[in-house]
Design a protein around this ligand. Structure first.
Ligand code: SF4
Ligand code: SF4
Length: 96
């Protein structure tokens, strides 16, 4: 199946690259990507941490996650604002 392609206003073909992953090890939970995403693809969730080694969740950190990856339009805005460059993208055929 061919990858999804589009046209610019000027009629030039382009191939959007859709979010495939967020590097949660590098994510600092700043929320910048969430604010710019036009499609409600992302969600900031609590990150389970145990920095004090007490065997429980310290509850003091957040991390970005893909809530609704199938709504991504491949605009790339999320990585442009990400200070840690957490995002990976790839072209894709249409998903069912
Ligand atoms: S590429 Fe665009 S639509 Fe997709 S998650 Fe990032 S900001 Fe949202
Ligand atoms: S912009 Fe980057 S570091 Fe900030 S919450 Fe999004 S993925 Fe994490």
């Amino acid at each position: 199946m061919p990858n999804i392609t589009g046209l610019t206003l000027g009629g030039i073909s382009w191939t959007p690259e859709f979010v495939t992953a967020i590097n949660q090890d590098d994510c600092i939970g700043c929320g910048r990507c969430y604010k710019v995403c036009p499609r409600d693809v992302l969600d900031l969730i609590e990150k389970v941490t145990d920095d004090d080694d007490e065997g429980d969740d310290d509850g003091d950190a957040s991390v970005m996650t893909l809530k609704n990856a199938k709504d991504c339009i491949g605009c790339g805005a999320c990585n442009r604002v990400c200070p840690k460059k957490c995002y990976s993208y790839a072209p894709s055929p249409a998903l069912a």
